[in-house]
Design a protein around this ligand. Structure first.
Ligand SMILES: Cc1cc2nc3c(=O)[nH]c(=O)nc-3n(C[C@H](O)[C@H](O)[C@H](O)COP(=O)(O)OP(=O)(O)OC[C@H]3O[C@@H](n4cnc5c(N)ncnc54)[C@H](O)[C@@H]3O)c2cc1C
Length: 461
């Protein structure tokens, strides 16, 4: 693989995409080289094709010249997967030609470069939304390629469950474009090939268009922050599920360490949450009628009667979410920290987090974990503020990551990547925990779609 791109090859690339499609100056490249959480990379150039045909031509160019390209959408990923390592970036930001809403069919076919906020702003006029609740605004292609999850997963599922079809260009020798786009809810024709491109970090091809199943916007939403004793965190969840049914749209657990951070950094928000000193839970109900408030109130009354809650503050949903979104804002500014994106089977979550916290206290007594849990789907974001001696030693940081991952994966049947996907930041964990048989199939697919290994920041081999 060439580290430097020959001038003639770059000129040829410029001819394929036109002047607006190729960036090469340091000042133009800078914004593609930095991602959230202080992640950074270095780009040799950025190519910005404007439609599927241009993407296919660019991939054919990369194949012929053996020049690596990393697809990049909104660059909001948290595992450095869209960052170049001295390679080229294939930005999807100019892929915006298509935005076709079928209101009756409740589907959207959209080019990869549209981002979530723009999509939902446009869909609102039709009473629809793409129901992904995250603190970022990822691109359509990035959501497909990372299988974004977020806080509404318990009601709406992950992005994979919303993708009805997609179009992808692959860097093989034939310049293949796979048209798997038909927005069919039922399709039983054998291999569901689109799955190869979902959650696989652009390792096999560039998603240029996607068809999503949409959801009706709820007519009413209600939310509350609850004070819940640790031993009842799962009981309250199952109790609310049985009373609110599919209307329960979020169940987010925040540890006492995270609540303390909130009080230190956003004291003006603390009146919106109970003052309990213990675990807090953000719960949200989204209803098709105007009954969300009543549904939530009756659910909370029943849980209180059963002795599962000690306190609750009900308020407008957007106010309550502001509190939840403030916490990652604080932890993102903390440095140095190690952020882990974990999940276990939901019924194991209490045992797993207790085990991790207890083992950390024994082996790393100076680290006080901060926890944010998407408890409804078994997810735990574990944020570990690092003592300076560990932070300064890469091997020590890796040892700490593997210490936690081993507990989660081996003892509790969980995963090292719940929702952020695979990238250079966690590729060693991919090699350690993903079974060899799975990696062999992934490698065979890589050889088929990308025989010269020119696409993506990770090979998935
Ligand atoms: C504040 C904040 C909160 C977040 N909260 C959540 C959360 O709750 N849940 C969650 O799941 N994530 C969350 N994220 C992570 C992030 O937003 C998601 O991973 C997102 O889906 C990435 O989309 P993107 O467009 O930014 O992709 P990028 O970061 O640009 O790329 C991500 C990966 O997809 C590949 N890729 C991008 N576009 C394409 C394409 N068209 N074809 C092929 N490959 C492509 C890239 O090569 C890379 O491997 C959060 C991030 C931030 C900053």
């Amino acid at each position: 693989m060439e580290a430097l791109v020959p001038t003639a090859a770059l000129e040829e690339l410029g001819e394929l995409v036109g002047p607006a499609g190729l960036l090469t100056t340091a000042s133009d490249l800078a914004r593609y080289e930095h991602a959230p959480n202080r992640l950074s990379g270095r780009a040799a150039f950025v190519v910005r094709p404007a439609d599927t045909a241009e993407v296919a031509a660019v991939l054919d160019w990369a194949h012929r010249h053996r020049i690596r390209l990393v697809p990049q959408g909104a660059n909001s990923g948290l595992v450095a997967a869209a960052l170049p390592d001295g390679t080229g970036v294939l930005s999807t930001e100019r892929l915006r030609g298509r935005f076709d809403v079928d209101v009756t069919g409740r589907t959207l076919v959209v080019s990869a470069g549209w981002n979530l906020d723009e999509i939902n702003e446009r869909l609102a006029a039709d009473g629809l939304h793409l129901p992904v609740e995250v603190g970022s605004s990822p691109s359509a292609g990035g959501m497909v390629s990372t299988n974004t999850a977020g806080s509404h997963l318990i009601k709406y599922g992950d992005v994979r469950s919303r993708v009805l079809g997609l179009r992808a260009a692959v860097p093989d020798s034939a310049g293949t474009v796979l048209d798997l786009l038909r927005p069919l809810r039922k399709r039983n024709e054998g291999l569901d090939l689109k799955q190869v491109f979902i959650g696989t970090a652009g390792a096999y091809g560039v998603v240029t268009e996607a068809a999503f199943e949409l959801a009706p916007l709820p007519a009413s939403r209600a939310a509350a922050w609850l004070a819940v004793p640790e031993q009842h965190l799962l009981d309250v969840l199952t109790d609310l599920e049985s009373r609110c049914g599919p209307a329960l749209s979020a169940y987010e657990v925040v540890s006492p360490t995270a609540v303390r951070l909130l009080a230190d950094h956003f004291p003006q928000l603390t009146h919106r949450v109970p003052d309990s000193g213990g675990f807090l839970v953000l719960v949200e109900v989204a209803a098709a009628d105007d009954q969300a408030d009543d549904l939530l109130t009756s659910g909370l009354e029943a849980a209180t009667d059963r002795g599962l809650l000690t306190d609750a503050r009900v308020g407008p949903a957007h106010h309550m979410w502001e509190v939840r979104h403030a916490i990652p804002e604080i932890t993102e500014r903390m440095d140095p920290v190690l952020s882990l994106d974990l999940a276990v089977p939901r019924s194991c979550i209490a045992a797993c987090r207790a085990d991790v916290v207890a083992q950390l206290a024994l082996a790393y007594p100076h680290i006080e974990p901060i926890e944010l849990g998407h408890y409804g789907d078994g997810g735990i974001h574990l944020i570990l503020p690092l003592p300076e001696d560990i932070a300064a030693d890469r091997d020590a940081v890796n040892a700490l990551r593997m210490f936690v991952y081993d507990i989660v994966v081996h003892r509790h049947g969980g995963t090292f990547s719940a929702e952020h996907g695979i990238g250079p930041k966690n590729y060693d964990a991919y090699l350690r925990y993903v079974p060899e048989q799975v990696r062999m199939v992934a490698g065979a697919l890589k050889s088929h779609f990308d025989p010269r290994d020119v696409l993506g920041s990770v090979s998935l081999r």
